[in-house]
Design a protein around this ligand. Structure first.
Ligand code: 13P
Length: 280
């Protein structure tokens, strides 16, 4: 198996009426844990890193590691740049070998978002890579800064946006938010249904941490084909570390393998939900 584009995985998801999990990584243990979960469940996945995370995990270091892990996996893996903030970072990711990129223009005007996204699509096509864009504003803040106010995606605008840009995937805002939800989120499934009815582009759900299995599966029944999970994986790293370090006999090597296993377990559970296998 090999590194594949987002478009290829979204086609499989569409045919099987499931969603592909997109799991954020920040170090080698997270990369290995994610790949292990994909191999255990024999399910293709996306590993991704957001531009805000490059301060602690430089792209020149973690990028080639992600690409190598994808190429060595026994299942298909897409390597994706999540929430790119600068065009130069998109270029760098493509040069390293990422098979998919996102430049987040959701805070720009509709026309500026379209123009920037078109530029990214043109560039990515030269590398045979896929492109995700976002329309509407997802709540919270991937970088932990000031929370963005949620602005749900307008269905007709989504249709026009996808037709004019030719993106492979569109992230929608339906009441979802990055980070921990303060209360159980009430997603606007009515808006999701409307977007899915008018827009043939596969849809992406950001802010996956804290959404219930039932809601994930309802979203999948209404056109969501990629689901992003970040906070739950970072929490799995911290929890596995705390637990390991309580044991006086722990050392660097037990810590490293327990972190990878903790991440793997969390991702495996998500994969089963996204594959429409379990409600747990
Ligand atoms: P969470 O951190 O809420 O899981 O969101 C992940 C995400 O959407 C990354 O873009």
């Amino acid at each position: 198996m090999s590194i594949v584009t987002l478009k290829e995985l979204l086609n499989i998801a569409e045919n099987r009426e499931i969603a592909v999990g997109a799991f954020s990584v920040g170090n080698m243990e997270m990369v290995l844990g994610a790949i292990k979960a994909a191999e255990k469940t024999n399910t293709p996945i996306i590993i991704q890193i957001a531009e805000v995370r490059l301060k602690t995990s430089p792209l020149e270091v973690i990028g080639p590691m992600m690409v190598a892990a994808a190429k060595n996996s026994t299942v298909d893996v897409c390597v994706h740049l999540d929430h790119g903030l600068n065009y130069e970072t998109v270029e760098k990711a493509l040069e390293i070998g990422f098979s998919s990129v996102m430049l987040d223009g959701s805070l720009l005007s509709f026309e500026d978002n379209i123009n920037l996204t078109k530029k990214v699509v043109e560039k990515a096509r030269k590398y045979g890579a896929s492109v995700e864009a976002e329309l509407g504003v997802v709540g919270g803040n991937e970088g932990g800064g000031k929370a963005h106010v949620i602005q749900c995606t307008d269905p007709e605008a989504a249709k026009e946006f996808c037709e004019r840009t030719g993106v492979d995937a569109l992230a929608v805002a339906i009441g979802n938010a990055h980070g921990h939800y303060k209360t159980q989120p009430e997603l606007r499934l009515d808006i999701l249904k409307e977007i899915d009815n008018v827009c043939s582009t596969p849809l992406v759900l950001h802010g996956g941490t804290g959404i219930t299995p039932e809601t994930f599966q309802e979203c999948i029944r209404n056109g969501i084909r990629k689901i992003n999970i970040a906070t739950a994986s970072f929490d799995a790293v911290v929890n596995a570390s705390r637990k390991t370090l309580q044991d006086d006999k722990s050392n660097y090597f037990t810590l490293s393998s327990n972190i990878a296993d903790g991440v793997c377990e969390n991702i495996e559970n998500h994969i089963k939900i996204f594959n429409m296998q379990i409600l747990k």
